[in-house]
Design a protein around this ligand. Structure first.
Ligand SMILES: [Zn+2]
Length: 487
C-alpha cells in the first residue's frame, strides 16, 4: 500500500526544489541589460503581481513557469515541455543544469512559486500554510490532520501525490535514500531524519502513523494507481501527450465501460491470442475463457502463490528512470505476480509444449556468440535479437552482458511450487558477476550495479527488469509488455 512512495520523484525537482534551494549567484548572466528570450522574459526580471496572471489559462502558466527554467538551460526529461522547448530556437540545454533551480534568482524563485500556486488554483503559495505553528509542517499539512476527500485528490498531479506521501513519512523522520527526495527534505528546516533503515517504511506505517495518516496514504495510493493505469491505457499517443495527466485524475466512471483496466491492457497487448473481454471474463481466440478477478482479498504470499489475472496489475511497474536504483519498498514486486494458467496457455503448459516453440539465438554474435533459447511466441526471440544487436554497438555495456546466464530453462522457482518465467522461454538473465539477488544476501539489502541505459534498452523491447523489485534480481529480464507503457 505504500508501494508508490517514491514514484514519480523525477518530477519533484521541477516543482518542489524551488522552495528549498537558496538562490546562488546568477551564473548565466540573465540580467536586465539583456534581451531575454522567450514569451515571458519579464518573469526573470521582476516579481510578478498575482493579478497580472489571473487572465492566463493553465497551459500558458505552465509554459511561463517552465520557461524560467529553460532560460537557464534546464533539461526537460519528459513530455510536453521537452517538446515545446526543443521547438524554441533560443533554447539551449546545459547538461549541468539538471538542478537548474539552484541557478534561479530570488525573483525567479518567487515567480515560479507564485505561478505554481495559481496553477493549482490557489491564491497564495501553499507553503505559507506551514508558517502557522498549529499546523504540521510541510506543503500539505492537512494530510496529517484530516481525512482527505476524493475531490481534493482528484485535482492533483501525480508528482503532487508523491510529494504528499513522502511528506507524511518525512514528518515521522523517515530517512530517504533517493538523492533528489533526500535533498529536498534536508532543505526543509522542520525535517529531522531519524535513521530508520529503509526496510522500516512498513514499520513506520504500522506503528508510528495515526489512523488519519494511514487512511490518507491508502487514498493517495489508490489515486496514484488509478492515474497511472488510466494514463497508461489511454487509447492513443495523442491522448497521452500531456506530461501532467490531470485530465485523467479521476476515478474510473461507473457504467461507461465495465471492462476492467487490466483486462483491456491484456487485450491490447496480446491481440493474436485474445479476442475479447466481457465484464470479468477474458475470452481467448479459441473461445476458452478465464475469469479476470476472483474478488478475493490476498496477502502478499497469497498474491504470489494463488493470484488471478487481475492481481498481475496490482503493482504498477515503474518504467525508465522511475523506480531505477531506488530501493523498492517492502514487497513491491511488480511483475513477480504471475497467473500461471495464462502463461501456460500462451507459451505451453508442459516442458515439451514450450520446447516446440523455442528458437536458438546467438547472443551478440560478433562479441560473445553464446547460444540461448527463447520462445518464438509473441516474437520474443526477435525482440531479444534486436536487443542483442543494439548492445553489440554499446561497448560500455558489454561487461554486463558478455556472459549471460541464459534464457529458457524449465524449472520451478527454488523453494516454491511456481514455475519460473524462464520455463516459458520469456526470461533472460545477464551476467551473474555484476548482479545482485535477494536470496544471495543475508540479510537482504538492495544493491544494484546495472546501468539505467541497459535497463531502458530491454524495456524498450517489452522486457521488465527484476532490479525494480523489493525481492531484487538484477540479472533478470522478462518479456511482459502488458506492464510497460504502450508504444
Ligand atoms: Zn532470471
Amino acid at each position: 500500500m505504500i508501494k508508490h512512495f517514491f514514484f514519480g520523484c523525477l518530477y519533484l525537482l521541477l516543482f518542489f526544489t524551488a522552495t528549498c534551494c537558496t538562490s546562488a549567484p546568477n551564473s548565466h548572466g540573465l540580467d536586465s541589460h539583456q534581451n531575454l528570450p522567450g514569451k515571458y522574459p519579464h518573469t526573470s526580471l521582476r516579481k510578478l503581481n498575482p493579478d497580472e496572471l489571473r487572465g492566463l489559462d493553465s497551459p500558458s502558466l505552465k509554459i511561463m513557469r517552465n520557461e524560467i527554467f529553460a532560460r537557464h538551460g534546464f533539461i526537460f526529461r519528459t513530455g510536453q515541455m521537452k517538446r515545446y522547448f526543443k521547438s524554441q530556437a533560443w533554447y539551449q540545454r546545459i547538461p549541468k543544469n539538471a538542478k537548474a533551480s539552484s541557478f534561479l534568482s530570488e525573483t525567479e524563485l518567487y515567480n515560479v512559486q507564485l505561478i505554481k500556486a495559481l496553477e493549482s488554483g490557489k491564491q497564495t503559495p501553499v507553503a505559507s500554510i506551514s508558517q502557522n505553528p498549529k499546523y504540521p509542517p510541510g506543503r500539505y499539512p492537512q494530510t496529517s490532520l484530516e481525512k482527505l476527500t476524493d475531490k481534493e485528490l482528484a485535482d492533483l498531479l501525480r508528482q503532487e501525490l508523491t510529494m504528499m506521501l513522502n511528506e507524511i513519512y518525512a514528518r515521522h523522520g523517515y530517512e530517504f535514500e533517493e538523492p533528489r527526495v533526500k535533498k529536498y527534505f534536508e532543505g526543509q528546516d522542520w525535517y529531522r531524519n531519524i535513521p530508520f533503515r529503509l526496510q522500516d517504511a512498513e514499520r513506520i506505517y504500522q506503528k508510528h502513523l495515526s489512523d488519519t495518516e494511514r487512511y490518507n496514504i491508502q487514498c493517495i495510493t489508490r489515486f496514484q494507481n488509478t492515474l497511472e493505469s488510466l494514463w497508461r491505457s489511454a487509447p492513443s499517443n495523442s491522448d497521452r501527450t500531456s506530461e501532467s495527466p490531470r485530465e485523467y485524475a479521476k476515478p474510473p466512471q461507473q457504467g461507461q465501460d465495465d471492462t476492467p483496466m487490466g483486462l483491456r491492457t491484456l487485450l491490447r497487448t496480446y491481440p493474436e491470442f485474445l479476442s475479447n473481454g466481457l465484464n470479468n471474463t477474458l475470452i481467448w481466440k479459441d473461445r476458452s475463457k478465464m475469469r479476470f478477478d476472483d474478488g478475493k482479498p490476498k496477502d502478499f504470499n497469497t498474491l504470489l502463490n494463488s493470484p488471478d489475472l487481475e492481481d498481475q496489475f496490482k503493482m504498477v511497474y515503474p518504467a525508465g528512470l522511475d523506480g531505477y536504483d531506488v530501493p523498492p519498498v517492502k514487497n513491491f514486486d511488480p511483475g513477480r505476480v504471475r497467473y500461471e494458467p495464462f502463461f501456460k496457455k500462451m507459451y505451453g503448459s508442459t516442458k515439451k509444449e514450450v520446447e516446440k516453440h523455442l528458437v536458438q539465438i546467438r547472443w551478440m554474435p560478433n562479441v560473445v556468440n553464446k547460444k540461448v533459447w527463447m520462445t518464438s511466441i509473441n516474437g520474443v526471440d526477435k525482440k531479444l535479437r534486436a536487443i542483442s544487436e543494439e548492445l553489440e554497438k554499446r561497448k560500455e555495456l558489454h561487461p554486463f552482458v558478455n556472459n549471460p546466464a541464459g534464457g529458457y530453462y524449465w524449472r520451478k522457482i527454488s523453494g516454491t511450487n511456481r514455475l519460473s518465467a524462464h520455463s516459458f522461454g520469456i526470461a533472460f538473465d545477464i551476467n551473474t558477476d555484476v548482479a545482485n539477488y535477494w536470496k544471495w544476501d543475508k540479510p537482504m539489502r538492495y544493491k544494484n550495479r546495472i546501468p539505467l541505459e541497459l535497463v531502458e534498452i530491454f524495456e524498450k523491447h517489452g522486457f521488465i527488469w527484476g532490479g525494480k523489485w523489493y525481492h531484487y534480481d538484477t540479472m533478470h529480464f522478462e518479456y511482459r509488455p502488458e506492464l510497460l507503457p504502450p508504444k
